[in-house]
Design a protein around this ligand. Structure first.
Ligand code: IPE
Ligand code: IPE
Ligand code: MG
Length: 241
């Protein structure tokens, strides 16, 4: 199923974690309160993955376009990232979770790139779940950078996919199931190359309220989908033969 280099067993689920701000505003709380509760949803969701057959989970935490938000919101999100790396690494290692951060690192506040490297090194042996968190991530920028780097030298899909992933510090993957919380139905520049044949699942649930039950429901619906990758479903192939 994975034609590119990702050989990790299990499904690759990716989640656009949207709705933190609206979750908070509806409760009369500052948007930052929604982002803080969102971190708890990350822990719940990641820990539910192995039992649901998910081997890789990619979470969209901060897009390159999110730099346009007010400085205090951006600052709050970066503080949460710093705290997450500091406080969660031991738990990730204990639960067999390998952490990778994908996205650009050159615009992150001082000290964060080093904290990312430390967390990645400390969790490297995790083999129950590969948790990839996307920060300062733009799929379009990855594709542009890969095209510039390769300059037509090797335009096979595999080589180009490796370059696209490499631009964002990742390895090549195919997303099986792409979930967006918060009710919007758009991709917002997330994994445009890697999600070419992803099954899409949109839920009204705001990210701070998301958890194991919602993830299980998405996986159950995914299992009922008929993935054809442009060919015909197996039953139709034999009927036509
Ligand atoms: C998602 O929640 C988290 C980030 C984009 C950082 P939002 O902050 O976009 O929440 P809404 O969409 O405004 O409710
Ligand atoms: C996408 O959400 C980015 C993340 C969840 C990190 P946004 O809230 O930034 O997306 P738009 O602006 O609604 O498209
Ligand atoms: Mg949003």
């Amino acid at each position: 199923m994975h034609s590119q280099a990702d050989s990790r067993p299990g499904l690759h689920a990716a989640i656009i974690m949207d709705g933190n701000g609206r979750w908070a505003t509806r409760r009369g709380l500052p948007r930052a309160a929604g982002h803080r509760r969102g971190v708890e949803a990350i822990r719940r969701t990641a820990e539910a993955c192995p039992d649901l057959g998910i081997g890789t989970l990619t979470l969209y935490a901060f897009s390159s376009d999110n730099w346009q938000r007010p400085a205090d919101e951006v600052g709050g999100l970066m503080r949460l990232l710093r705290a997450y790396l500091r406080n969660e690494t031991a738990r990730l290692a204990r639960t067999g979770t390998r952490l990778s951060v994908i996205g650009r690192r050159d615009r992150l506040p001082e000290g964060i790139p080093e904290a990312i490297e430390r967390a990645e090194a400390a969790t490297e042996a995790g083999d129950r779940l590969h948790l990839r968190i996307a920060v300062d991530y733009s799929a379009r920028d990855a594709i542009i950078a890969a095209a510039q780097r390769l300059q037509g030298a090797d335009t096979s899909r595999d080589a180009f996919g490796r370059a696209v992933a490499g631009e964002m510090h990742g390895s090549p993957v195919n997303v099986d199931l792409l979930i967006r919380t918060g009710g919007e139905k758009r991709l917002s520049d997330f994994l445009l190359w890697e999600a070419a044949y992803a099954e899409l699942h949109f839920t009204e649930r705001m990210w701070p309220d998301f958890g194991e039950t919602d993830l299980a429901a998405a996986v159950t619906e995914f299992a009922r989908r008929d993935r054809r990758f442009g060919a015909l479903a197996p039953a139709k192939v034999s009927a036509a033969a």
